[in-house]
Design a protein around this ligand. Structure first.
Ligand SMILES: C[S@@+](CC[C@H](N)C(=O)[O-])C[C@H]1O[C@@H](n2cnc3c(N)ncnc32)[C@H](O)[C@@H]1O
Length: 141
């Protein structure tokens, strides 16, 4: 049986556990030196975010990442803004049919992202970007 999204995430997060300090994080996409997020990135914060997502989904009686009011047939491009560990994006890919054609995830800090090669192999484009700033022109439209 294929591993669940949470099993997969736990494995990815474990493999990423050395990347607890954004100042020396080699996965950081553009070596930003600061983040405005109040919690320290790392395994325990990643675990907290993943549990929080799972808990929220349960209390909202959701079986998929998309709310029932949104039909997957109408969604071709998606961006998870403030993606953290990408827990929502990964759940989206596991629970949504048809899958959106273009899937992006951005966060002001890449410190909690799973390794880029894992993410890209799933067809997710990640970017370290402050959502209060203009997005790159290739993402407009
Ligand atoms: C409470 S976490 C939620 C993470 C994820 N969406 C989840 O459900 O687990 C908030 C996230 O927003 C990110 N964030 C805060 N300010 C941001 C900004 N201006 N632009 C992009 N991401 C931001 C933080 O780095 C953090 O990962």
């Amino acid at each position: 049986m294929a591993p669940s999204v949470f099993q997969r995430l736990s494995r990815i997060v474990r493999s990423n556990r050395e990347d607890t300090n954004i100042r020396s994080n080699p996965n950081s996409l553009n070596n930003r030196q600061t983040t405005q997020y109040v919690f320290h990135p790392g395994e325990s914060e990643a675990d907290r975010l993943n549990r929080q997502y799972n808990f929220t989904k349960r209390i909202l009686h959701r079986t998929t990442a998309l709310p029932r009011s949104i039909s997957p047939n109408t969604v071709s491009s998606v961006m998870d803004v403030g993606a953290g560990t990408l827990v929502w994006t990964l759940d989206l890919l596991q629970t949504t049919q048809p899958r959106p054609k273009r899937v992006y995830a951005c966060d002001i800090s890449a410190a909690q992202f799973p390794p880029r090669e894992e993410v890209e192999s799933m067809g997710i484009t990640i970017l370290e970007h402050d959502a209060t700033e203009r997005f790159p022109p290739e993402l407009h439209g």
